[in-house]
Structures are given as C-alpha cells and as structure tokens.
Design a protein around this ligand. Structure first.
Ligand code: HEC
Ligand code: HEC
Ligand code: HEC
Ligand code: HEC
Ligand code: HEC
Length: 276
C-alpha cells in the first residue's frame, strides 16, 4: 500500500519542528525590552555605549537589566529616570561596592574587610576595576592577570594568590566536566551539582579577601569537601559500568537464544517430511 501524502507530511513536519527547536536554543531568560533599552539603544556616544557591552554580559543572560542596577521605571519612557521612581543614577567610586553588593552580599563583606576594601577611595580597586560595570563576564581565575593586577602594585603578589587557588580551581573544573558528562548521559546528579555550586561560591568569594595565607588555609578544607563529591561521582561511574556490562550480557543472551531457536527450527523443518 502506498502511504497517503498526509501520512508522509506529518512525520516530516514533526522532524522539521524538532530540528528547529534544537537549532535555536532560547536563553533561559528572554531579555525584556524596557524603556531604558529602547531609548539608550537609540542614542549615540556615552548614553549608547553601555547597551552592547551589557548585551553580552552574565547579567543580561540572567535577566538583570539596566533598571535592576540603576533603578528607575523601566515601563515609563517619560519618567524612567525620575528619582521619585527609584532612579539611582551613576554611583560614585566609593558607592560602587554597596551598589553591586545589594545582590552580591557575601562578596561585598569579604571585599570590605580586605586590603582592597580598606583602600577604597584611596587607590584601591572596586568591583568594576576587576569585573567592569557593563561587560561583566562569568568570573574565573584568569581575572588574575598581569594587565589587571599589575596596574597598582607588583604583579608578584597577585601570582602568589593565583598559585594558591590554581589547584582547587583545577579540581572544581574537573568535577564540573564529569557532572556535565553524567547529566548528558541522563543521570540525576542534582545533589552533587548543588554541593559543588555552594562550595564554588564559598571558594570564589574567598578571593576577595586577597589574603594568601587565608586562601591556603581554607583551600585545604574545601578540597576535602570536593573529595567527597569526587568519590560519589566515581561510585556513580562504577554503577554505570556494571549496568552497561549487565546490559551487554542480556542483549548477548537474547541474540544467542534467537540463533539457537533459528537453528532448532531449521533442524526441525529439515527433518519433517516434504508435502506434508
Ligand atoms: C527617553 C530616553 C531615555 C530613557 C527612557 C532612559 N534614559 Fe537614561 N539617559 C538618557 C539620556 C539622554 C542620558 C544622558 C546621556 C549622555 O550623557 O550622553 C541618560 C543618562 C543615563 C544615565 C547616566 C546618568 C548620569 O548621571 O550620568 C544612566 C545611569 C541612565 N541613563 C540609566 C537609565 C535607566 C536605568 C533607564 C530605565 C529605567 C533609563 N536610563 C531610561 C535617556 C533616557
Ligand atoms: C550590573 C549593574 C549594572 C547594569 C546591569 C547596568 N549598569 Fe550602567 N553602570 C553601572 C555602574 C557600576 C556604573 C559606574 C561605572 C564606573 O564608575 O566605572 C555604570 C555607569 C553607567 C553610565 C555612565 C557611563 C559613563 O560613561 O559615565 C550609563 C550611561 C549607564 N551606566 C547606563 C546603563 C544602561 C543603559 C544599562 C542597560 C543597558 C546599564 N547601565 C546597565 C552598573 C550597571
Ligand atoms: C540586581 C542584582 C544584581 C546586581 C545589582 C549586580 N549583580 Fe552581578 N549577578 C547577579 C545575578 C542574578 C547573577 C547571575 C548569578 C549566577 O548565575 O551566578 C550575577 C552574576 C555576576 C557575576 C558572575 C558570577 C559567576 O558565577 O561567575 C559577576 C562577576 C557579577 N555578577 C559582578 C557584579 C558586579 C561587578 C556588579 C556591580 C557593578 C553586580 N554584579 C551587580 C545579580 C546582580
Ligand atoms: C586599582 C589598584 C589595584 C588593583 C587593580 C589591584 N590592587 Fe591589589 N592592592 C591595591 C592596594 C591599594 C592594596 C593595599 C595597599 C598595599 O598593600 O599596597 C593592595 C593589596 C593587595 C594584596 C595584599 C593584601 C594584604 O593583605 O597584604 C594582594 C595579595 C593583592 N592586592 C592582590 C591583587 C590582585 C590579585 C589583583 C588583580 C586581580 C589586584 N591586587 C589588583 C591596589 C590594587
Ligand atoms: C582585585 C580584583 C577584584 C575585585 C576588586 C573584585 N573582584 Fe570579584 N572576582 C575577582 C576574581 C579574580 C574572581 C574569580 C575567583 C576564582 O575564580 O577563583 C572573582 C569572582 C567574583 C564573583 C563570582 C563568584 C562565584 O561564585 O563564582 C562575583 C559574583 C564577584 N567576583 C563579584 C564582585 C563584587 C560584587 C565585587 C565588589 C564588592 C568584586 N567582585 C570585587 C576579582 C575581583
């Protein structure tokens, strides 16, 4: 029987739809169009400059927009920048840690206690010196580099703290890779992901103390905790391996019995008299 056109069309359309969904990954937060973005995006120079920088940032990816930092009313084009609508304007240098620290509370606390925080307004770096204000990217240990950390003092003291962090960062990176692999295999690793997430936060916050001795001390404790996650992943891998071997065994036995059955049938057919 020839398939009807609609019987051919349906799977074809379903196929196209599947390819399209795969090809266009939607961001987890759609970037809402606000009055701020509309007006600033249409400006030139100083007013427009933050828009493209922000667009590629970790904040844009997580739905943190102009008004989340600067305040104001994102729905009212006329009163958007009215202080009565909560517009905060541009923070002065000394106000920047509190400006970012509204959301990054723990980091602000560590920073304010550090040699950097104590030198705030007197030659010390603020959050935006190291992270930028609009082009903020996911933080990695590579933020510690000569161009950034050699601006105010010898780079040597930055190298010392970077070396102290490298090993732990390496372990974190390795576990992250394994978690991605296991997740792609369809295994539930949520509990491990949660523990890693909180350890990683604690660890990266620690950098802001810029105290090499303390980083070394706390790295030991954190590496012990990371060791526990590592162990549970090794156990998952081991279980998977056993499951795969068992699976292969079952498939092998099925094939073998099918073959035996086939041979048996042939023997039986050959044995039966013709024209029966
Ligand atoms: C109708 C147009 C318009 C809208 C809407 C608008 N802005 Fe502005 N904004 C401007 C102009 C014009 C400037 C001055 C730019 C310059 O200096 O070149 C400005 C300046 C700013 C500044 C710098 C202020 C300063 O003191 O230097 C910030 C921050 C800012 N806008 C944020 C926002 C935020 C956040 C929103 C949304 C809640 C918003 N804007 C909505 C037009 C607008
Ligand atoms: C993560 C918080 C954050 C977000 C989101 C953010 N800004 Fe800013 N913005 C700042 C900070 C902090 C400064 C002050 C930077 C400095 O002093 O170096 C600033 C400065 C500015 C300035 C003044 C720049 C200058 O040259 O003096 C303008 C204009 C501005 N922002 C507009 C915007 C617009 C428009 C958006 C949305 C596209 C936006 N900002 C999103 C934190 C933010
Ligand atoms: C309104 C809340 C808010 C403000 C204000 C804010 N942030 Fe964020 N920030 C976030 C959120 C939400 C994320 C994404 C969280 C995540 O996925 O890790 C983020 C992520 C980040 C990251 C990347 C974290 C990582 O995992 O690597 C950095 C760096 C960062 N912010 C720096 C800043 C700086 C610097 C400022 C001030 C200029 C600032 N933030 C102001 C909410 C905020
Ligand atoms: C805007 C200038 C500036 C930048 C950029 C800067 N620092 Fe500093 N740093 C200071 C000042 C000021 C101090 C405190 C006074 C001093 O010890 O010289 C300091 C102190 C330190 C200390 C000693 C802390 C202590 O308790 O003795 C370390 C470590 C350090 N910085 C690391 C870094 C690293 C790593 C970077 C880059 C990610 C960096 N700094 C970028 C200005 C800066
Ligand atoms: C001297 C440079 C410097 C300053 C000043 C600084 N940071 Fe960082 N920040 C870093 C570095 C380096 C890392 C990454 C550490 C790592 O990967 O181990 C980082 C990591 C982060 C993270 C990611 C933490 C996580 O859980 O992954 C956030 C968020 C952040 N900083 C926000 C801030 C805020 C807010 C301020 C101001 C209160 C600030 N930083 C000041 C250099 C700096």
């Amino acid at each position: 029987m020839r398939p009807t056109p609609s019987a051919l069309l349906l799977p074809l359309m379903a196929g196209i739809a599947a390819v399209l969904t795969l090809a266009i990954p939607l961001p987890s937060f759609a970037q809402a169009v606000t009055a701020c973005l509309q007006c600033h995006g249409a400006q030139t120079g100083r007013g427009e400059a933050p828009v493209p920088k922000w667009q590629g940032s970790v904040h844009a990816d997580n739905g943190i927009s102009c008004h989340d930092c600067h305040g104001g009313d994102p729905k009212d084009i006329v009163n958007a920048m009215n202080p009565a609508r909560g517009f905060l304007g541009v923070p002065r240098e000394k106000a920047i840690p509190a400006f970012c620290g509204r959301c990054h509370v723990g980091i602000m606390r560590e920073y304010l206690r550090s040699a950097h925080g104590k030198a705030l307004g007197a030659g010390g770096p603020t959050c935006v010196t190291c992270h930028d204000s609009h082009a903020v990217k996911r933080a990695t240990i590579d933020l510690i580099n000569e161009a950034s950390c050699g601006r105010c003092h010898p780079y040597a003291r930055a190298v010392e703290i970077k070396e102290a962090m490298r090993q732990t960062e390496g372990i974190i990176g390795g576990i992250e890779k394994d978690l991605t692999r296991l997740r792609n295999e369809g295994i539930d690793v949520e509990a491990s992901e949660k523990s890693l997430f909180s350890l990683r936060n604690t660890y990266r916050r620690l950098f802001h103390v810029v105290d090499t001795a303390r980083v070394k001390r706390e790295s030991g404790t954190i590496q012990q905790e990371l060791g526990k996650i590592r162990l549970s992943l090794t156990q998952i891998d081991e279980r998977q391996r056993i499951r795969k071997i068992a699976g292969a065994f079952v498939v092998g036995s099925l094939l073998l019995s099918a073959l035996l059955l086939h041979l048996l049938r042939r023997t039986y057919d050959d044995a039966s008299p013709p024209g029966d």
